[in-house]
Write a protein that binds this ligand. Structure first.
Ligand code: FAD
Length: 465
């Protein structure tokens, strides 16, 4: 028999949503506990998501650049070869280092850590289990569920953790596949497909829709498709996958419309689903929608008093920074009564080459909603810095309200798009007009000048075009 440990707040899940919420709560003076069933802090994002994928994207991009493109600079390199083991180790080391960083932050903020699976037994009480054994019982005034998500699966395609598996395994293939088939043309499939294509695999993206990157502005997605195809990535669109059969070391992907596709490795990247298994939600009656997401109100409250949810486990874009914003806002609302997430200005980035970044409404959405809008577009080919760094692909597109000139959305495909979108997000956060961006002095020569020029282009007055 063990006594129940009391805290003012318990956070379940130490991903970017959970650990940020815990730190914010500690900053605001609460006695906080955080529970994660995984020994390694940082959640999906740090362990098997954002960070390891970006580490491999960087390494593989360097490899391809040195192998194929460095010659244009007048640099001759011979005998380039791949040490995949070392590349994977570098990635692991980065994850380890950042994990230690989170542990140190939790410690600095005097947050109590519990390792194990948290499960509700009654309102505001959870037990922590490890190896099937109950190790603690915890109680708190406020409990935040931040249990994140897992890879979604597809009917007919069984995962075997060896040849047919998910993004988690694709961060760790011990050898470069000969032919990697990626089921799903979303950002995770395209990013990891890019990694393995650069390292030498033939890569085919098999997508159900007639386009890649659902959710991304269709003009940008079209440009991405064209550029990725030029790099050697193959696309099989309008392909409804029905099964994957392994025979003689070959995998055959069956699809409803079209010939089967043969591959020797399959990455299932058909999206992510909220993760609430073994959480005991049924026992306390926390409501979920028909697709499994926990239902919350504007204050992240579930239907149970004192129980909140944030991040991938609630509806909305499944992104680390969205989870973090919600973690902060949820805690601030609980402690101070005020907190804020602006869902109209959440950037999204695809870390391909070139990068793709977006904030606000897509042109497709504006058309659907019959909003009167204007459009300013500027290509990187007319940007001096882009030429100087030999990376003059893509464009910036700014969409504004036709009457007020207010920026409604910005869509970038091109060099460092993910960094360029920050300015546009800040502009939208401040309710800027295209005129505001156009009248802001941008350093020369920088890629950000393409943003300014696109703002000028809204009124058809770009200088360098
Ligand atoms: P998670 O990070 O999923 O963390 C949840 C934690 O809860 C986990 O550690 C889990 O072990 C723990 N947990 C679950 N149930 C329990 C329980 N009952 N008891 C105790 N602990 C529990 N997003 C971006 O913004 N940028 C990117 O570049 C990006 N790249 C990605 C690449 C890949 C390959 C993948 C898979 C995802 C990527 N994402 C990216 C998405 C990002 O990882 C998620 O949006 C983010 O991790 C969500 O954070 P979270 O805190 O809600 O949940």
């Amino acid at each position: 028999d063990m006594s129940t440990k009391k805290h003012q707040m318990i956070v379940i899940g130490a991903g970017p949503g959970g650990y940020v919420a815990a730190i914010r709560a500690a900053q605001l003076g609460l006695d906080v506990a955080i529970v994660d069933k995984n020994k390694v802090m940082g959640g999906t994002c740090l362990r098997v998501g954002c960070i390891p994928s970006k580490a491999l994207l960087e390494s593989s991009e360097k490899y391809e650049e040195i192998k194929k493109q460095i010659g244009v600079h007048g640099i001759n390199v011979k005998g380039v070869s791949l040490d995949l083991g070392k590349m994977l180790k570098r990635k692991d080391k980065i994850v380890q280092g950042l994990t230690k960083g989170i542990e140190a932050l939790l410690k600095k903020n005097k947050i109590t850590r519990y390792e194990g699976n948290a499960k509700f037994t009654k309102d505001r009480t959870v037990i922590v289990e490890s190896g099937g054994v109950q190790v603690e019982e915890l109680e708190a005034d406020n409990i935040i569920i931040a249990t994140g998500s897992r890879s979604a699966t597809i009917a007919g395609v069984e995962l075997d953790s060896e040849r047919v598996d998910t993004s988690t395994e694709a961060l760790n293939y011990k050898e470069v596949p000969k032919h990697l088939a990626v089921i799903g043309g979303g950002y995770i499939g395209i990013e990891l497909g890019s990694v393995w294509r650069r390292l030498g695999a033939e890569v085919t993206i098999v997508e159900y829709l007639d386009r890649i990157l659902p959710g991304i502005d269709s003009e940008v997605a079209k440009e991405a498709h064209k550029l990725l195809e030029k790099q050697g990535m193959k696309f099989e669109l309008r392909s409804r996958v029905q099964g994957a059969n392994i025979e003689n070391n070959k995998i055959t992907i069956e699809r409803r419309n079209g010939d089967p596709i043969e591959a020797d490795r399959v990455l299932v990247a058909v999206g992510r689903a909220p993760f609430t298994a073994n959480l005991g939600l049924e026992d306390v009656g926390v409501k979920r929608d028909d697709r499994g997401w926990i239902i919350v109100d504007d204050d992240y409250k579930t239907n149970i008093e004192g129980v909140y949810a944030i991040g991938d486990v609630i509806p909305g874009p499944m992104l680390a920074h969205k989870a973090e914003e919600e973690g902060m806002a949820c805690v601030e609302k609980i402690v101070t009564g005020f907190g804020h997430v602006n869902y109209k200005a959440i950037p999204a980035v695809v870390y391909t080459h070139p990068e793709i970044a977006a904030v606000g409404k897509t042109e497709d959405e504006l058309k659907d909603e019959a909003v009167e809008y204007r459009k300013g577009k500027f290509p990187f080919i007319a940007n001096g810095r882009a030429k100087a760094i030999e990376y003059a692909e893509g464009f910036v597109k700014i969409l504004t309200h036709a009457k007020t000139d207010r920026v409604l959305g910005v869509h970038i495909i091109g060099p460092h798009a993910g960094d360029l979108i920050a300015e546009c997000t800040a502009a939208m956060e401040f309710g800027a007009s295209a005129e505001d961006i156009a009248r802001t002095c941008h350093a020369h020569p920088t890629l950000s000048e393409a943003v300014k020029e696109a703002a000028l282009a809204v009124e058809d007055r770009a200088i360098h075009m």
